[in-house]
Design a protein around this ligand. Structure first.
Ligand SMILES: *Cc1c(COP(=O)(O)O)cnc(C)c1O
Length: 434
């Protein structure tokens, strides 16, 4: 018999209560596509007509976005491909609270317009008293573009040859700066640049002097660089791109610059990311001299770089709220990580799991070369793909798949993680309805 005639009609399948409910949650288009795909499978004879509704339900995405939550078990704390810093529960809650209509630019006491994101700016200023003023843009790249445009368009930015950095995916800071109409005045060499090199390059055309933190590489050996303190004495604004977004010094990462120290050393402006070591949403922070921040804030480009209410909410909750998941991961006690790895390995003995030592890293977002002692569950390399498809991302080392626990939040109960791993491996094999 022609199997096509037996494939149930779309409206009949959509009448299934599970799909009716899904339409309210995910939208009609998404549900209809899942039904159409299931009908197509039935036409090809891959499933029976009775299974069309089941197959459509099974293929529905969990959320009305193609973005899927994943478990970062790579051991890289800030993984750009996985969305960098995971938000704290407080920040997620703040995002939800601000998601509807909100007083982002409105004063409820007076009924008048208010400064956009006032609470977020105040939180940042309180967290970094060394800054006279604060401005927030879309990301650190935007912060640099705004500073270069407003303070050095048609003029020169003096920068060391050792700090001409590519930040990733082919994006190079020098190109970004030049795109604003500023000229780069390169000084020094790849490995050595002194304060005298900068001083010799200053002139009437100087917009500012820029220092960029080498956040994703390290130069060792015969090296020298001028300190912010030395440069601050040269009489032009010193802008420092610290990268990671630490507002205050982090004792466990002594080489990582922080906004407070750099400003106290005399920097006029600091730029940083919100979603690296600060542990918040994607954002660009500008902290420093009130007159310069005001010029940036008033520049026409500022409007094009401004952040959304969701970002402002998450950023404020990150700064005011409890310790971020990034800070938890950074400070996790390696003995506890080992215990978790051993327990998890025991639960997964049938899967040839072993608890092993591991070395986690901060990632492209900061602290290059720093190894954080960690523990991992080692699984057969053949598990890589089924786990990845289930949103559990590890890393391959010596022919085994490692799930590094430093980047897996402890509040994701490891028993739950074990179940998810087992389900992911089983999913490739079982086919509930044929
Ligand atoms: C990460 C980084 C950037 C880019 O920051 P985004 O927030 O991704 O735009 C710029 N400079 C440095 C030093 C960085 O580490």
């Amino acid at each position: 018999m022609d199997s096509r005639r037996r494939v149930p009609r779309t409206d009949a399948v959509l009448a299934d209560p599970r799909l009716t409910e899904a339409t309210l949650r995910l939208g009609r288009g998404t549900v209809k596509s899942a039904v159409a795909a299931a009908q197509e499978r039935a036409r090809r004879g891959e499933i029976t007509a009775e299974c069309v509704a089941d197959a459509a339900v099974a293929a529905l995405p969990p959320h009305a976005t193609t973005l899927r939550p994943v478990i970062n078990a790579t051991g890289v704390l800030l993984h750009t491909n996985l969305g960098r810093a995971p938000l704290s529960a407080a920040a997620r809650d703040a995002v939800l609270a601000a998601a509807g209509c909100t007083d982002v630019e409105y004063d409820l006491a007076t009924g008048r317009r208010d400064r956009r994101g006032r609470g977020t700016l105040e939180a940042l200023a309180e967290a970094c008293p060394a800054a006279e003023a604060v401005h927030v843009v879309n990301n650190n790249a935007a912060a640099l573009v705004l500073a270069a445009t407003a303070l050095a368009q048609g003029r020169e930015i003096v920068i060391s040859r050792g700090e001409m950095v590519e930040i990733g995916d082919g994006f190079r800071l020098p190109d970004l700066l030049v795109s604003t109409g500023a000229r780069l005045r390169e000084v020094g060499t790849t490995n050595r640049t002194t304060a005298a090199d900068y001083a010799a390059a200053l002139g009437p055309d100087t917009g500012f002097l820029l220092k960029v933190h080498p956040s994703n590489f390290r130069i060792e050996g015969f090296t020298a660089q001028a300190s912010v303190r030395e440069l601050a004495g040269l009489g032009v604004p010193v802008v420092v791109d610290i990268g990671s977004g630490l507002l205050a010094a982090e004792p466990s990462l002594p080489e990582e610059p922080d906004a407070a120290t750099v400003l106290r050393d005399g920097a006029a402006l600091v730029t940083a990311s919100g979603d690296k070591l600060l542990g918040g949403p994607q954002a660009g922070l500008l902290l420093g001299r009130a007159d310069l921040i005001e010029r940036l804030r008033r520049h026409p480009l500022a409007r094009a770089l401004r952040v959304d209410k969701l970002t402002l909410a998450a950023l404020e909750a990150t700064v005011r709220g409890p310790r971020t998941p990034t800070a938890h991961a950074l400070h996790a006690d390696v003995r506890l990580l080992r215990q978790r790895a051993e327990r998890l390995a025991k639960e997964l003995t049938e899967h040839d799991a072993l608890a092993v030592e591991s070395a986690a890293r901060v990632g492209g977002g900061g602290a290059p070369g720093v190894e954080l002692p960690s523990a991992a569950v080692s699984l057969p390399a053949s598990y890589t793909e089924p786990l990845r498809r289930a949103g559990i991302i590890g890393r391959i080392e010596s022919g085994r798949l490692l799930l590094d626990l430093r980047t897996v939040p402890a509040d994701l109960a490891d028993a739950e993680l074990a179940r998810r791993i087992e389900r992911a491996v089983a999913a490739g094999e079982e086919r509930p309805c044929m």
